[in-house]
Unconditional design. Structure first.
Length: 76
């Protein structure tokens, strides 16, 4: 392990929980990139399940509304 990483990891326990979660997310993304497998955390899995349940109930948004949303986000 590099000295920079060792130093950073020594400080992590003193960070706020949201910063620790952000670090964990970045680490998961790096691991996924290296292995080709992304492991969902509990919140991501719950969000996907909720989205599927909404679709099952017929709660959908038109393509036009989604396009507008993505434009506002700067994706399109």
């Amino acid at each position: 392990m590099s000295p920079k990483i060792k130093e950073i990891l020594q400080h992590v326990p003193s960070w706020p929980a949201e910063d620790q979660e952000e670090l964990a997310e970045v680490a998961r993304e790096i691991a996924a990139r290296r292995t080709g497998v992304y492991v969902l955390d509990k919140d991501e899995e719950a969000a996907i399940r909720e989205g599927i349940e909404q679709l099952d109930r017929g709660e959908v948004v038109s393509e036009e509304k989604m396009r507008s949303f993505w434009k506002r986000c700067g994706v399109l």
